[in-house]
Design a protein around this ligand. Structure first.
Ligand code: KIV
Ligand code: ZN
Length: 500
């Protein structure tokens, strides 16, 4: 019998989350995230949009092989060819779901489909019936449901449930709804759709106005039983609903009597893993997983927390996997300790790959006495430059107070050596100016972010760059204990993407 209080977690980090420019993962990285999501206990993993690219198709196949318990879901448009390809990609999944749908708001119907309301219902029904020929579990999404009028939306939902949809997704695609409005929409559907008990209603909220979590909660409190979420709230524009926020709301608020099967202690390591693999920093004040989420700095708060933790802390950091006794590795730590700590963080390494990361680890431990979890995750993803054909050969910088910073740089471009020197208003500027004397393309630096990983003057720094070249944006990343080297490497990471 279905547990009426259980909330199903549908994670779309690898589909909606991965649509963010610069955050694309390769198949191996996606499998790593999918396995970690399985460890967290999500019910459904949306693994990709198979017709959109061979990479997505392949990732759905490989994730289907790699995970056991969660349902693997593939996205399609309400188009037969999309559904055929999704079914093929899901062939190895032990539990499988096709997620098909179409826009239902007047604006989508008129401008996107040049159609009318009746025809859209027919197309929706046809797609659901077609997908049911392949799988028993079909989810339908009514794109832009947030701006679809409730009466018409109820007709769509009723028709697709009759056609065999097991889950109906009500996306607030543009992040426009107010929480009361979104909650009322779910309530309206529960009260007006004939046969609504034959399917689960799902929330899918975007964060354009900062209301994704509030809207998701409003949906769940009004009867939706699935929430579509991403790690760290990653996603296009302002992102999707953050899984960690909904998970901890359900865990903290016993009064609302909704539960999940998540093992919340896996949240923090998974948050670090996704941030590191997707090169997407987590803002320090982000709820649940931000660096400052549990840092009490005011004297009054510190005093209260020391007397009784419950005075100012509503969540025990251990419940989300923040482990203040976490082992810090040093140059004396062996391969086994490194392997163990990476496994705790959700990364399994064996053989040659482990040896390579261990060598990098020893090099880092020479420069930095204590290696923490964030450093390890960066190391585990460190071979991103292995295929670069433009490599940093050497870098020398002179800087200080009362001198004009100057840098000389050497690049190895497909085996040929080039050198240049330049001045700048600081050491990073000087190094980039020198680099641009060798690579003379017309590129515009659009974003340049430097972030420390933890604390301490021997810390690693992460650099994210975005460069516009030929009307396209390219994203780069590097991490190094040397801030100037990290900046140049991140710049080169971008350049290597358009200078193949
Ligand atoms: O936001 C949205 O409407 C979506 C659908 C494709 C489910 O991501
Ligand atoms: Zn979405």
């Amino acid at each position: 019998m279905m547990d009426k209080n259980k909330i199903y977690f549908f994670d779309t980090t690898l589909r909606d989350g991965e649509q963010v420019p610069g955050c694309q993962l390769n198949t191996v990285e996606k499998i790593q995230v999918a396995k970690a999501l399985e460890g967290l206990g999500v019910d459904v993993i949306e693994a990709g949009f198979p017709i959109s690219s061979p990479g997505d198709f392949n990732s759905v196949i490989e994730i289907s092989k790699a995970v056991t318990w969660p349902t693997v879901c593939a996205l399609t448009r309400a188009v037969e060819k999309d559904i055929d390809v999704a079914a093929e990609a899901l062939k190895y999944a032990k539990r499988k779901r096709i997620h098909t749908g179409i826009g239902t708001s007047d604006s989508h119907i008129k401008y996107k489909f040049n159609s009318n309301r009746e025809e859209i219902i027919e197309r929706a029904v046809r797609a659901v019936k077609y997908a049911r020929r392949y799988v028993d579990d079909v989810e339908f999404y009514a794109e832009d449901a947030g701006r679809t009028d409730n009466e018409y939306l109820a007709r769509v939902v009723e028709a697709v449930i009759k056609a065999g949809a097991t889950v109906v997704n009500i996306p607030d695609t543009t992040g426009y709804c107010l929480p009361e409005e979104y909650g009322a929409k779910i309530k309206y559907l529960i009260e007006h759709v004939d046969g609504v008990d034959n399917a689960i209603l799902s929330t899918h909220c975007h964060n354009d106005l900062g209301m994704a979590t509030a809207n998701t909660m409003a949906g769940l409190l009004n009867g939706a039983r699935q929430c579509e979420v991403t790690i760290n709230g990653i996603g296009e524009r302002a992102g999707n609903t953050a899984i960690e926020e909904i998970a901890m709301i359900l865990r903290s608020h016993h009064d609302i009597n909704l539960r999940s099967d998540l093992n919340t202690t896996r949240i923090y390591p998974l948050s670090r893993m996704v941030s590191s693999l997707m090169n997407m920093p987590v803002q320090p004040n982000k709820a649940i997983v931000g660096k400052n989420a549990f840092a009490h700095s005011s004297g009054i708060h510190q005093d209260g927390v020391l007397k009784n933790i419950g005075t100012y802390e509503i969540i025990d950091p251990h419940d989300v996997g923040i482990d203040d006794n976490s082992i810090v590795l040093t140059a004396r730590s062996g391969r086994a300790a490194l392997k163990y700590r990476l496994e705790v963080l959700g990364v399994s390494l064996e053989g040659e790959k482990l040896d390579k990361v261990y060598q990098e680890f020893l090099r880092m431990a020479d420069k930095k006495k204590q290696i923490n979890d964030d450093d390890l995750l960066i190391l585990a993803g460190a071979d991103r430059s292995a295929n670069h054909h433009i490599k940093l050969d050497f870098l020398q910088v002179t800087t200080g107070v009362g001198v004009s910073p100057v840098a000389s740089i050497g690049l190895d471009i497909s085996g040929e050596k080039f050198e240049a020197a330049a001045r700048g208003n600081g050491p990073v500027d000087a190094a980039i100016n020198a680099l641009k004397k060798i690579i003379t393309k017309n590129m515009t630096l659009k974003e340049f972010t430097i972030q420390g990983v933890s604390k301490g003057s021997d810390d690693m720094c992460k650099v994210h760059t975005q460069i516009e070249y030929n009307k396209h944006n390219y994203y780069g990343f590097s991490a190094n204990t040397d801030i100037v080297a990290a900046s140049v490497e991140a710049y080169l990471d971008c350049i290597n993407k358009f200078q193949q």
